[in-house]
Design a protein around this ligand. Structure first.
Ligand code: NAD
Length: 401
């Protein structure tokens, strides 16, 4: 890495630390477990909104999840309107359409209903509703001048943790890039982790989104910005995911497993919103931008490869994660425990049928993907060690189909 790049990378890590320090030490008021959606709707009613704009996607309409949410709002006496045009990896156009719906229906609060795509769209829509002008002006760090409309979150996947993070991601299909909105003002006011909204989530999405939560937790532990507090959150997430993700995949209506995964995703969100993430996310975002790869699946495929190249630099941290999941009580060395952790991530992936390679990946794209991912990581993420272009290309080559 050149001296200029190193300077910029160190500066980016410094900025991440500043943002983490500015983050109010609070999380959304959170209800968890069966029935928590109704508790959230009752709490929303107490804030006396005129009308809540529900931001969601068509998949949730046809799965009947929107109907569950509107019934709960009706029972609490809260008026509502719906924008259901969000698509996976939402675009600026969808955010603009959501803003128009809120204005035309006179909504003065926002309810995010869905996975990370709906929650991220809702965060930006709530901010755009109070901050006039082009939505692009809100992109970046701390760009939200006027507080957004009150935002409430009902996650329906257990993966992104967006209900408790200060980040939202919007895709720009023209430039093959994802745009980041980072501002503590985007943290939802309240959230409910209700497993009854997640029982119809197909096994392959349960698997991919669960691995997203694992990636958040693991990358927060490996980050140079990790603290005792974020480590405790990550530990709670990791200790739930290894046993409970396979259960949620095998039996979608296992409410205990669904609740545990929703909590894991939430704890992982609390961790990474304070530490930021690393190379796995940089690569996954680039796969998403190039090929539309679902975010969780992209993370799941990249995670073990990035752990392999981090073994030397991060062995103590990886050995610690191995101990958290009960590995290494047999007198094995630190390096052996770190290797055992990577092996256990691969075993988990296999158990829940995550592919080892990325079907869409093309050899010709590898140099550009590596450049874009390294650019994102080195400008934003506190990675435990830096990777050069050739090494990143080699890593990507190992996940070619
Ligand atoms: P998603 O929101 O894109 O949803 C994936 C699919 O699952 C959709 O078709 C949706 O209709 C369906 N679905 C969701 N819940 C369902 C349910 N209960 N039953 C049936 N179908 C259901 O997927 P995601 O992985 O949760 O979110 C990915 C997005 O989140 C990406 O855009 C990513 O960039 C973003 N993200 C944001 C953060 C953050 O902190 N803000 C963190 C990680 C990822």
């Amino acid at each position: 890495m050149s001296r200029l790049k190193k300077f910029l990378h160190d500066r980016a890590i410094g900025l991440t630390k500043v943002v983490a320090r500015m983050l109010p030490d609070r999380a959304p008021v959170t209800f968890a477990g069966e029935g928590s959606m109704q508790a959230l709707c009752d709490a929303i009613a107490q804030t006396r909104p005129g009308r809540v704009g529900i931001i969601t996607d068509e998949g949730l309409v046809s799965a009947g999840v929107l109907g569950q949410a509107t019934a709960a709002l009706d029972a609490s006496g809260v008026g509502w309107a719906v924008y259901s045009g969000v698509q996976p990896d939402p675009s600026f156009e969808q955010v603009e359409a959501g803003r128009a719906l809120l204005a035309s229906q006179g909504c003065d609060a926002v309810l995010a209903l869905g996975g990370g795509s709906s929650m991220d769209a809702a965060k930006v829509i709530a901010a755009a509703a109070t901050n006039p002008g082009p939505i692009e002006k809100l992109e970046g760090r701390m760009k939200v001048k006027i507080p957004p409309l009150p935002l409430f979150a009902l996650p329906t996947t257990a993966g992104t943790g967006s209900e408790t993070t200060i980040v939202a991601v919007v895709s720009d299909p023209q430039s093959h890039t994802k745009k980041f909105f980072v501002d503590p003002k985007m943290l939802p006011a309240m959230a409910a982790l209700d497993p009854s909204l997640m029982t119809g989530l197909p096994a392959h999405i349960t698997a991919a989104t669960g691995m997203d939560a694992l990636t958040h937790a693991v990358e927060s532990v490996l980050a140079r910005t990790s603290t005792a507090q974020t480590e405790a959150y990550a530990r709670s997430a990791i200790q739930r995911i290894f046993p409970d993700l396979p259960r949620a995949c095998a039996q979608g209506d296992d409410l205990a497993a669904r609740t545990s995964m929703a909590l894991a995703s939430y704890y992982a969100g609390l961790a990474f919103t304070r530490t930021s993430v690393g190379y796995v996310h940089a690569i996954a975002h680039t796969f998403g931008a190039f090929y539309g790869t679902p975010h969780g699946l992209a993370n799941a495929i990249a995670l073990p490869e990035v752990l392999d190249i981090s073994l030397d630099a991060a062995a103590p941290r990886m050995a610690m994660m191995a101990e958290w999941i009960g590995l290494g009580s047999d007198g094995s060395s630190e390096t052996e425990r770190a290797q055992a952790f990577v092996a256990s991530v691969r075993e988990l992936s296999e158990k829940i049928q995550i592919p080892r390679t990325l079907a869409a990946l093309r050899t010709d794209d590898i140099p550009a993907i590596a450049r874009q991912a390294l650019g994102e990581a080195h400008m934003n993420y506190p990675v435990p060690r830096t990777m050069e272009q050739a090494e990143c290309e080699g890593l990507l080559g190992r996940i070619l189909p």
